[in-house]
Each structure stands twice: as structure tokens, then as C-alpha cells.
Design a protein around this ligand. Sequence first.
Ligand code: SF4
Ligand code: SF4
Length: 214
Amino acid sequence: MIITKAKSDEEIKEVIQPFKKLVVVGCGTCATLCQTGGDEQVKAMVQKLTDWGKEVTGSIVIENPCDLRIDKRDLKRLGDAMANADAIIVMSCGVGVQTISQASDKITLAALDTVFIGEVERIGQFYEMCRACGDCILNETGGICPITRCAKHLLNGPCGGMNKEKCEVGTDKDCAWVLIWKRLKEQGREELFTKFREPRDYSIKAGPAEIIWK
Ligand code: SF4
Ligand code: SF4
């Protein structure tokens, strides 16, 4: 899931300052689960904007704002609410904001910060798990991602700073490479731990990435 957090009221106030009439768009998927852009948060944003002297011409929670087809369909359904708005304020990840911007000729503003691709342990407890590196090595690391979970993103570890199984970089987190070793040992696949991994070929990740089915 894409994890998002709300921008501060101060930041929102500043970006909406030039606009009088706004449409609020939420996200029915990730941002709903993060409680940053679902029904309740959209209602709260409408109330806030009204309290700040803005006119909210319409609001909607789009099921998948990262899908251009759905955005075009749902924004069209807003009719005059969209036509009369000066700008759209979007409560979704940055993908949703950009896709809505493509689906409309209105100025599109982000209400959230997109922080990571994460696992949901429970609502309000999210852990970064993947950086979409484009060259996944989970098959060699017992399903634990060193790019994300090692503070130095090392492909071969642990580094010399590991201390009593903890990461040396700033926190009391477990060293990712110790976790990888333990998992591989449990699985009887220790040989994968000693495999040397060459430095990454960053051209694989030269963006912007795209996938186009033939
Ligand atoms: S190696 Fe890590 S960052 Fe790369 S795709 Fe796999 S899980 Fe994601
Ligand atoms: S201590 Fe472990 S997790 Fe921390 S930077 Fe070194 S190898 Fe990575």
C-alpha cells in the first residue's frame, strides 16, 4: 500500500491562498486505509476549507485516483462543481494527484505527503517494505528487503557497524542483514547469505519507469 500523511494546515492554507472555489477529491483505496483521504477526511477538509472562507463547489472520493480512466469518468460526473472550481485539492498519494491533474484542466493541489510503500500491521501502524527498485532480490534474502530495511541499502551485509544485532545508524532497529541471516538459516538456505552481489546497475531504474504491454 502507498502510505500517506496529511500536510499541515499551515501548508494547505498557503497553497490554497490564491483560489476561492475548490473541489475536494479523496482516494477510496490507500488513503482511505491510511485515514488520510477517505470519506471522513474529505468531509473534514470540506469543513476546514469552509471555515477558512473558501467555497467548496463539490467533493468526491474516487475509488482509484491513480487510474486515469476512473478519474475522467468521476470528475465528469461532478459537472458544474468542477466547471465552477478554480482548483482541485487532492487527498491521495502523489500518483493520484498527478493522474487527476492529467484528467482535468484545473490546477491540482496535493493535500498529503506520500511517504513510502508499506505493510499495514494495523491501522495507524505502517512499515516501509519496498522502494520499487526494479530489480527485486527478495528471493535471495529470505523475503526481507535490504534496500528498504538496511539503513545503508547494502546488497551485502552486515556492515562493520552492526552492534549486538542492532543497526548502527541512528536507531535501535534490528540490523536488516542479521534478520536476513536468521531467516535464511531457518529456511536452511544459508548459502544465499554468502553470495556476493555486484553493485547495482542503476540504469535499470533510470526513470521515469514505464510498462507497456504489447
Ligand atoms: S529488492 Fe526491495 S526495493 Fe527492490 S523490489 Fe524487492 S522489495 Fe522492493
Ligand atoms: S547495521 Fe545492518 S541495517 Fe544498519 S547499516 Fe549496517 S548492515 Fe545496514
